[in-house]
Design a protein. Structure first.
Length: 627
């Protein structure tokens, strides 16, 4: 059988890596460990889990997976060439390597690369056996030999007399480096990135080998500070001994967050999950001790308070010579306080009109320029967005595929008050969503930003009948949310827009809003017992400053409460008398009663119950069978 004739041109890259290997040789040892390390490192790898030998014909599924992969790792073991399946697979890999630029990385698993290249040793024996098969044509045999010759000529990993775990570590690092390098290619559609990246690189290049350099990036929300920092990080991280990108510092630094971020820093830099810092001052000493002799690259993203920098990147002598620390913030005064020099601070710029038009056109028309009939309308949108990349992306995606009348209608709505806050600009995209996606968006904005989607949020949304599989995909496609590292993300301005939408449900009376997340609003509703059946979620993320004394009937009017999250310092004198059976999530640190209410004895919709440090003795009085 010849390799599939299906086209390799312009493939969709659904997989980071395709693994090709001989099952009996490496499936349960080297390949298994490699696959696990790739997956653990966030690399999406395709591995066929069916046992060899699988017959004469390779499945279309595998051929398609090769076409849809960015990289192919070929584990060339002693019996690799004895398998027709492996050779057909390899021929397809080489075909895509030549036609579409598929990057192929060979691992020579205790075989001599020259034996692969010249079909010697066990590879010669394998072809002797193939020649006995009358169904294998000379043309196919030559295709296989040529493929092996090309693989044997590529620099790869020779595992003879090597520590397999070290080789696996090197392979994963190589894939990470190559995946990071593709960021700049993808980001060309993030118009204006190249010139700004060049400016930042010029600042970086001023560093001397014995210096520790700080780079500060500042500007308004939504202007692209994080994107710029990520672009620099991806371009130069391979030049440092170790590197780490600490995202969303402002969000994560509350409570014990700074110590958690210190743990993350050491964990990401040294792949050491054992660090258990609980005291920030101890964490500072530990970071300095571990890093002062290492040349590191660290990005501290979205800082808004001095103590965050004090915990993570306070002094130059914390880091080894040649280190680079990049900090992004909206507040340039933080850089002045930390003593950054003028040439260490970069102000992120808005897009000029030409850049803004190009970015908007990519989102709205999938082209560099607007389509005929939309030029003037596009320029009006550009004028309204005023160079803010986030607004341009959201509006472009919102208007994509719509006719001229829809554009004029959207512009008319914008022109009603052209100086209103950006939240109103972003709300246009929200208004176009179906109710399902609107509910998911508001839940993420008010409750689930920063949560792990697959581990936690998906099951909660499913229990609310919100159809998250399709809903999340739609929100991502409209640039309203992101999933990075498994976590749900949302730009600050988009989150503020979601908050404003909820506030507008009942301005001045939070008890009639669907979602409560502000401490003062929550305390007001709970103390005054002014909650209503409109409330679906309450998240009191930090304990009240003073002990909060509540009536036992405090939740009795909240019949539709789906999510309840409270941190301690709450007292209920006679015990809680009611909780809604609509609850899907109860997280109550320091729950004040010794049992859950009798009315809550059939929590059939509950998917998460976390009541650490509580006074609870037993869930209910009596026995309840839950089906």
């Amino acid at each position: 059988m010849t390799p599939s004739s299906s086209s390799c041109s312009s493939p969709r890259r659904n997989y980071d890596v395709f693994l090709s290997f001989h099952g009996k040789d490496t499936r349960k040892n080297f390949t298994a460990h490699l696959y696990k390390s790739l997956t653990r490192g966030g690399i999406f790898a395709f591995r066929d889990d069916e046992e060899l030998e699988r017959g004469e014909y390779i499945s279309e599924k595998l051929l398609k997976a090769i076409e849809e992969s960015k990289f192919a790792i070929v584990v060339l073991s002693r019996n690799y060439a004895s398998s027709r399946w492996c050779l057909i697979e390899l021929a397809k890999i080489v075909e895509c390597m030549e036609k579409t630029g598929l990057t192929v990385l060979p691992a020579f698993y205790h075989v001599d690369p020259s034996h692969v290249r010249n079909q010697a040793g066990s590879f010669a024996d394998a072809f002797t056996e193939h020649e006995k098969n009358s169904r294998t044509s000379r043309e196919v045999m030559q295709t296989w030999k040529t493929a092996l010759q090309k693989l044997g000529s590529i620099a790869g990993w020779d595992l003879r007399d090597r520590d397999e775990s070290k080789v696996i570590e090197e392979i994963v690092e190589e894939i990470h480096a190559k995946l990071n390098s593709t960021f700049l290619t993808v980001s060309k559609k993030l118009v204006g990135i190249d010139s700004r990246l060049e400016e930042l690189m010029n600042l970086y290049l001023n560093i001397r080998p014995d210096d520790v350099r700080f780079l500060g990036i500042w500007g308004m929300g939504g202007i692209g500070k994080t994107t710029l920092a990520r672009a620099v990080y991806d371009k130069i991280s391979s030049r440092f001994e170790v590197s780490c990108f600490i995202a969303n510092v402002r969000e994560k630094s509350g409570g014990n967050g700074l110590a958690d971020l210190q743990n993350q820093l050491l964990s990401d830099l040294f792949k050491d999950k054992s660090s258990d810092i609980k005291d920030v001052d101890i964490g500072k000493n530990k970071i300095r001790h571990r890093l002062r002799h290492r040349r590191v690259l660290v990005v501290v993203d979205d800082v808004d308070q001095t103590q965050q920098l004090e915990a993570l990147a306070i002094e130059r002598d914390w880091f080894g010579r040649g280190s680079l620390i990049i900090i992004t913030t909206r507040d340039t005064s933080l850089f002045i306080e930390r003593g950054l020099a003028e040439d260490e601070i970069y102000r992120a710029k808005q897009l000029d009109d030409d850049e803004a038009l190009q970015l908007f056109s990519w989102k709205a028309f999938k082209n560099d320029l607007p389509l005929e009939g939309f030029v003037e309308l596009s320029r009006q949108i550009i004028h309204y967005a005023n160079g803010l990349p986030l607004a341009l992306e959201v509006l472009g995606l919102f208007l994509c595929g719509k006719n001229v009348n829809s554009w004029k209608d959207a512009l008319g709505r914008l022109k009603e008050n052209p100086k209103k806050e950006i939240v109103d600009t972003l709300k246009i995209s929200f208004d176009a969503l179906e109710a399902n996606e609107q509910n998911i968006f508001l839940d993420v904005a008010c409750f689930f930003k920063g949560w792990n989607y697959a581990d936690d949020v998906k099951s909660i949304l499913e229990s609310c009948n919100y159809h998250p599989s399709s809903g999340i995909e739609i929100l991502i496609s409209k640039a309203l949310i992101t999933i990075m590292g498994g976590e749900l993300g949302m730009h600050d301005l988009l989150q503020e827009m979601g908050h404003e939408i909820v506030r507008r449900q009942s301005r001045g009376d939070p008890g009639k809003q669907t979602r409560l997340w502000l401490t003062n609003d929550i305390i007001r509703v709970l103390k005054n017992n002014s909650g209503t059946n409109r409330i679906e979620g309450i998240v009191l993320s930090s304990p009240p400053k003073e002990e909060l004394h509540l009536n036992s009937e405090v939740f009795s009017k909240m019949k539709n409460l789906r999510l309840l999250r409270i941190k301690g310092n709450v007292h209920i004198s006679q015990g809680l008398s009611y909780l809604s059976t609509e609850l899907r999530v109860i997280q109550w640190c320091g729950y004040p009663s010794n049992s859950l209410p009798m009315s809550f004895r059939s929590p059939n919709k509950l998917v998460m119950l976390a009541i650490c440090c509580s006074h609870i003795v037993k869930l209910w009085k009596g026995i309840e069978v839950i089906i």
